[in-house]
Design a protein around this ligand. Structure first.
Ligand code: AKG
Ligand code: FE2
Length: 447
């Protein structure tokens, strides 16, 4: 461990370029001469493992996972190795072409000319959206109105950003997520049980858009153009989903679901031992809606459906009223790129808007199951506490609670009265958690 990062002792912002170059050279030589992992411990070198120190050393390179791969790493460093309790099915599912997984395929919805469709045709599309959301939690859309040259261009620019020399990327590296835009490897590097094989450029687009000069030149124009299109698509989907729920078309917009949103430009470098780590660990998005543009060539995205990991082939997609679990596998051969657009609502501390069950959907027999909460309260520390204790999934159509334990091993569905649910949630200290499930409408992948 010490050897690889030694040269970073004198690392500071004034000497950023010089130092990075020096270390990269030094590391290359070391890899060439030793053929080892630059001193970062791997599975085969388990003695003297100081995880926190290694995380910090990795973070301080500001070069991300791409930097490790460029330095010629041959084994996955231990900080990236997924503990078997969290994802011990990774290896098994690297080949998800199992018979059971093949039974399912992701619904594909054609949104073409939605504005020009008559009421009957529009209703058919809305039904498809709502059914896919309820039954699958994820769907792909085609004819979504985002031009192909723009989606291709966006993916290419993201790739170029992450493949710039390390010293150029390092200038954007920031773990201070209060800044509008930045580059970072693993937002939760110091909290997660293992690091993801992934780097990210992120940009918060609303409610306060970035100043163009805040965005790296290599991404600037394409990112701004793409974000205009993806926002339009998001608003369209919020409208369809509102209508599908039997609400006014602008209901979800009126409650500010589209008011705050961010773009995450992910890059998954090729990985020497993909069976030991994961690109993105299993999770459910906490946004109201996620629109995901994924790589045209490299697969890896999988959605959990009826306890099976189902591949999401490169194409355009989405979910409803439950936030489906998904993950991205690491892969041996080539880097993978994706752009996730999260409509997360107003997360600002000062925003007092509260979210809870949609009142119009409640009735005498369908009473509220959760108390109201603000997005700010719901996210951050509470979110982590929730993940460490219990995950709750609520599908209003089924009126059932799904309880998932942290070790992902057990899952059961139970019917509860609202009083029982409140008591149980209060006991866990996660009051108000329903905001995820009622509004976390899901993920939409675009190609
Ligand atoms: O890269 C992907 O395809 C998925 C990323 C993702 O799930 C996320 O950012 O929440
Ligand atoms: Fe996600």
């Amino acid at each position: 461990m010490a050897r690889y990062f030694e040269g970073f002792d004198d690392f500071n912002s004034h000497h950023l370029i010089l130092t990075c170059l020096k270390i990269t050279e030094k590391t290359r030589k070391m890899v060439a001469s030793n053929g080892n992992n630059h001193g970062i411990s791997t599975q085969s070198e388990s003695n003297n493992y100081d995880r926190m120190k290694e995380l910090k050393a990795f973070d301080e390179t500001k070069a991300g996972v791409r930097g490790l791969v460029d330095a010629g790493i041959k084994e996955v460093p231990r900080i990236f190795i997924s503990p078997p309790t969290v994802d011990d099915d990774i290896k098994k599912n690297l080949d998800s072409n199992t018979e059971s997984a093949k039974e399912f395929s992701i619904p594909v919805i054609d949104l073409g000319d939605i504005k020009k469709r008559d009421a009957h045709q529009r209703k058919l599309i809305i039904d498809q959206v709502i059914n896919s959301c309820e039954n699958f939690g994820f769907f792909q859309v085609v004819n979504h109105g985002v031009p192909k040259n723009l989606t291709d261009g966006m993916l290419e620019k993201v790739r170029l950003f992450h493949e710039q020399p390390a010293e150029v990327r390092a200038a954007y590296y920031s773990r201070n997520l209060k800044v509008n835009c930045g580059y970072v490897s693993n937002f939760d590097l110091y909290q997660a049980p293992s690091a993801n094989w992934r780097d990210t450029y992120y940009c918060s687009m609303a409610p306060t858009p970035p100043k163009p000069e805040e965005i790296p030149t290599i991404l600037r124009d394409t990112l701004m153009e793409y974000s205009g299109h993806v926002e339009k698509l998001g608003l369209e989907l919020f409208e369809l989903i509102s209508e599908g729920l039997g609400l006014k078309p602008n209901h979800l917009m009126d409650i500010d679901c589209a008011k705050g949103w961010a773009l995450l430009c992910h890059y998954y470098p090729e990985c020497p031992q993909p069976e030991l780590t994961i690109g993105t660990a299993k999770h459910a998005d906490s946004s109201f809606l996620t629109i995901l543009l994924q790589d045209n060539h490299i697969s890896g995205l999988q959605v959990l459906h009826q306890n099976q990991w189902v591949d999401v082939p490169p194409l355009l997609s989405n979910d409803r009223l439950k936030s489906v679990e998904h993950r991205v596998l690491a892969n041996l051969e080539n880097p993978r790129v994706s752009v996730a657009c999260f409509f997360h609502g107003t997360r600002l501390e000062q925003s007092s808007r509260k979210y809870g069950p949609i009142k119009e959907l409640l009735s005498e027999s369908d009473r509220p199951k959760y108390r109201e909460t603000t997005i700010h309260d719901h996210s951050g520390r509470k979110r982590r506490e929730i993940e460490e204790t219990t995950r709750w999934f609520y599908s209003p159509s089924q009126l059932k609670m799904k309880v998932k334990s942290r070790n992902y091993g057990s899952s059961k569905t139970v019917d509860k009265s609202s009083e029982e649910v409140d008591v149980e949630i209060a006991a866990q200290g996660v009051i108000g958690e329903r905001v995820i499930d009622i509004f976390s409408i899901g993920s939409l992948a675009v190609n």
